[in-house]
Design a protein around this ligand. Structure first.
Ligand SMILES: C[S@@+](CC[C@H](N)C(=O)[O-])C[C@H]1O[C@@H](n2cnc3c(N)ncnc32)[C@H](O)[C@@H]1O
Length: 424
């Protein structure tokens, strides 16, 4: 096998990389497009397949576009900035069509892709690495590598997050708690940026003073800190933190899960509410599983009382406080739905179950939902593969798909969010 070779890209794989064939083997070629003729260099293996890098696009696709960000394709955050919008949007929508077909719903009515604009992502989980001279790199991982790409800009993040890059680098350079590796989660709330720093060293008094001064200078109401994967503690709090869900103000815990953009959240909430039956009996109850800080619970509470189940204690506390203060019909409960899923007799109470599990899906809960015969389920998924596995159980149990909405929550990435309404 020579080092340089010419290949034709046949298709895009699930992760958004071009796929070519070489002597019967699959070759992954990032940042290429179907139909392109490419001069490539083999760079190693990827599972049973080969990995390669495109050195030259010999015959570009008519759908090739100039990328929106100077860090493309080196940054691992975006995979598909080089593709025209129409085929990109159809490829994303097809992910949901294929997932549902694999599950046993080949005729599912899949809506067009709901879009989220560039420069609107309000949640960033940035990697940090201290290098020579104490300089700190801040950004996403380089494509296919654990190295941190020091970002100067980003085409998907809200500019208010990008404006913090330089000041954060300067702060972290002086912060002894960051020895080598860490992360910074920035959630843009209605009260301003909410920052959670994770570092590999202890945060001593001088470090806390630096964080408090940084919060004051940059209008950040709260900075939380954690050592490694440990629990977060508030290091500086200069004011309240809040975000509204369905008109109810919630103070989410540091680093809390947030739907990635306001437009994405609106599309998901809209599809969930549209999936409810037109008429609900007066005493109907909805279960909201994997409720987080209440993105769906509070909008759902406008239609019926809601029992919100969530595994993270801090989120349950935030939900309880917000529901109590607003007098909302939301009753939160802490429950680990992997270890202790809701049982069929507990599910009898609910006319509708909304579930929004993490990336791995709801493997423990789904069979019990199917066995309980819940009349309607609205499944919010960030992983078509897990959705296909879980939905297969519903297909076997006689459910049908009433509506399916793909949401491009993670613009230019291969990830897809979906809302699927099942009934029987
Ligand atoms: C995709 S988020 C959805 C949150 C919320 N529905 C929203 O839209 O903001 C998944 C949620 O599931 C929670 N979670 C993860 N594993 C869990 C488990 N085993 N049991 C219960 N909740 C879990 C996470 O803490 C997170 O809040």
């Amino acid at each position: 096998m020579t080092d340089t070779l010419d290949l034709t890209v046949e298709a895009l794989g699930a992760a958004g990389d071009g796929i070519a064939r070489l002597e019967g083997r699959t070759v992954f070629l990032p940042a290429t497009l179907p139909g392109e003729r490419v001069r490539a260099r083999l760079t190693g293996k990827r599972g049973d397949a080969l990995a390669a890098e495109a050195l030259d696009i010999l015959a570009p696709s008519p759908d090739r576009m100039a990328p929106a960000c100077p860090h493309f394709p080196d940054c691992g955050g975006c995979t598909l900035q080089h593709w025209a919008d129409a085929p990109y949007a159809e490829w994303k929508r097809a992910k949901l069509v294929e997932a549902l077909a694999r599950a046993g719903f080949p005729e599912a009515p899949v809506a067009p892709l709901a879009r989220t604009p560039p420069a609107t992502r309000r949640r960033a989980d940035l990697a940090l690495r201290r290098g020579p001279g104490g300089v700190v790199a801040l950004g996403y991982h380089e494509r296919g590598s654990k190295a941190v790409l020091d970002l100067t800009t980003c085409a998907v993040l809200d500019p208010r997050i990008i404006a913090l890059f330089e000041p954060l680098r300067a702060l972290l350079k002086r912060l002894p708690a960051l020895k080598r590796d860490g992360s910074a989660v920035v959630n843009l709330l209605e009260t301003g940026p909410d920052l959670l720093l994770r570092t590999d060293g202890a945060l001593e008094a001088p470090g806390r003073a630096l964080l408090a001064a940084f919060a004051a200078e940059h209008g950040i109401p709260r900075i939380a800190w954690a050592r490694g994967d440990g629990p977060a503690e508030t290091a500086a709090q200069l004011g309240p933190v809040a975000i509204r869900f369905g008109g109810v103000a919630v103070a989410p815990p540091p680093g809390a899960f947030l739907q990635a953009s306001l437009a994405g959240e609106a599309a998901i909430v809209g599809a969930v509410l549209a999936g409810l039956p037109e008429k609900l009996p007066p005493r109907a109850a909805i279960a909201d599983l994997y409720a987080g800080s209440g993105t769906l619970s509070f909008p759902l509470a406008a239609r019926a009382r809601v029992a919100a189940f969530e595994g993270m204690a801090e989120s349950v506390a935030a939900l309880s406080a917000a529901a109590g203060k607003a007098g909302a019909r939301v009753k939160p409960a802490r429950r680990d739905l992997d270890r202790q899923p809701l049982l069929p007799k507990e599910l009898q109470e609910f006319a509708i179950v909304v579930l929004d599990p993490p990336y791995a899906g709801a493997a423990a809960q789904l069979p019990l939902l199917a066995r309980a015969g819940v009349p309607r389920m609205i499944y919010v998924s960030c992983n078509p593969a897990a959705l296909a596995r879980d939905a297969q159980i519903l297909a076997r149990a006689g459910y049908r798909v009433l509506a399916a909405t793909p949401v491009d929550q993670f613009l230019w990435s291969p990830h897809l969010e979906s809302v699927v309404v099942f009934a029987r």
